[in-house]
Design a protein around this ligand. Structure first.
Ligand code: FAD
Length: 317
């Protein structure tokens, strides 16, 4: 079932979460161990992130370093199939522009279609760690809008090989990313939302937001989106802050603010356990307020650490 259909049918706020594929070399059991504690809350869907290659330098022992491209977390598509097979829950793979030619994207979409995957979160992807800014593959897409256009074209039976006749149309539902505190490259929120509107106009059916710790940011974001004519469901993404280092790491990686009250509480905490509990309680309060606001679904960034998300889900669902 497509995510848009699941949201449409929902009688109350749904629960969903995002996981990362295990590190290369780890077994799929690592993933199941992470998912299992959350199954009792009947997730409406599970997102699986996509991780592009990174460059590592290997010392060749002769004073030379060899630059090698490696993907540390492969397996997104296989994991989605495994989740659907084992739990009967919709799995949503993330698909990115970075590192893909258009033809590779097409082939990936064919795989997803054959596996019975019906929804995709279409993203541009971040720059490779060693690059200052995002560089698309010369034969790939520069913005997520272009990726969405390719998916929608395949939904109309249009493949890259124009000589193909009567091609079987796919039937994907497409989700996209939204940023209540704006995307870091965008000059301002309104400008960013203009491009978000282009993603919806291109055919995306729902939005999942970047994490935020201040619900007012989400409320304001939804208001501007609606004023700009974006009428699709906007699913809030939430992450519990659980360790002290995240006070600086989360703003650095995700370009978000952490409210002063939360910073103070975490900074004054006497132990690691206290910090974790403060973060969990904060996320519970956020979740409850968002449910009262009438959000269609609460989407948790479990980041392969399901214990905190389980505690939150227990208090909220
Ligand atoms: P885009 O929509 O392409 O936007 C990128 C920037 O360009 C924005 O500033 C936008 O305003 C601007 N822009 C858009 N279109 C145009 C245009 N036509 N002309 C000029 N400017 C334009 N990354 C991963 O690598 N793997 C993942 O699995 C992953 N999952 C994510 C899940 C969620 C819910 C979110 C919020 C982010 C995720 N990311 C992931 C991170 C994401 O890839 C980065 O935030 C990336 O920098 C932007 O992706 P996007 O799809 O929002 O880009």
């Amino acid at each position: 079932m497509k995510i848009t259909e699941i949201l449409q049918d929902a009688q109350k706020t749904l629960f969903s979460f995002e996981i990362l594929p295990p590190l290369k070399g780890e077994s799929i059991q690592t993933l199941f161990n992470d998912i299992e504690p959350l199954m009792e809350f009947k997730p409406a869907f599970i997102d699986v992130t996509y991780h592009r290659e990174e460059y590592v330098y290997k010392d060749r022992g002769n004073g030379l370093l060899e630059k090698i491209a490696t993907r540390k977390r492969p397996g997104t598509v296989g994991m989605c199939a495994a989740i659907m097979n084992r739990y009967g829950v919709e799995a949503v793979p993330h698909l990115i522009c970075g590192g893909f030619t258009k033809e590779e994207t097409e082939n990936a979409l064919i795989d997803l279609n054959f596996l019975g995957i019906e929804s995709i979160l279409a993203l541009r992807g971040d720059p490779i760690k060693s690059e200052p800014s995002f560089t698309p593959d010369p034969k790939g897409h520069k913005y997520s809008t272009e990726l969405i256009q390719q998916i929608i074209a395949m939904n109309q039976g249009k493949y890259m090989d124009e000589s193909l006749e009567n091609s079987d149309p796919t039937n994907f539902c497409v989700g996209v990313a939204g940023y209540p505190e704006k995307h870091y490259e965008s000059p301002n929120l309104v400008e960013d939302i203009k491009y978000l509107k282009k993603k919806i106009d291109a055919g995306a059916g729902y939005i999942v937001t970047q994490m935020f710790f201040d619900n007012q940011k989400y409320f304001d974001f939804v208001k501007i989106c609606r004023e700009e004519g974006i009428n699709v469901p906007i699913i809030p993404g939430l992450k519990p802050l659980t360790v002290l280092s995240q006070l600086t790491a989360l703003p650095r990686f995700f370009h978000i603010d952490i409210p002063e009250d939360l910073v103070k509480a975490v900074s004054n905490a006497k132990s690691k356990d206290e910090i974790k509990q403060i973060g969990i309680n904060w996320c519970i309060q956020q979740s409850k307020e968002l449910i009262n606001f009438g959000v269609p679904c609460l989407h948790y960034y479990s980041m392969s650490k399901s214990v905190a998300v389980k505690e939150i889900a227990k208090a909220v669902f």
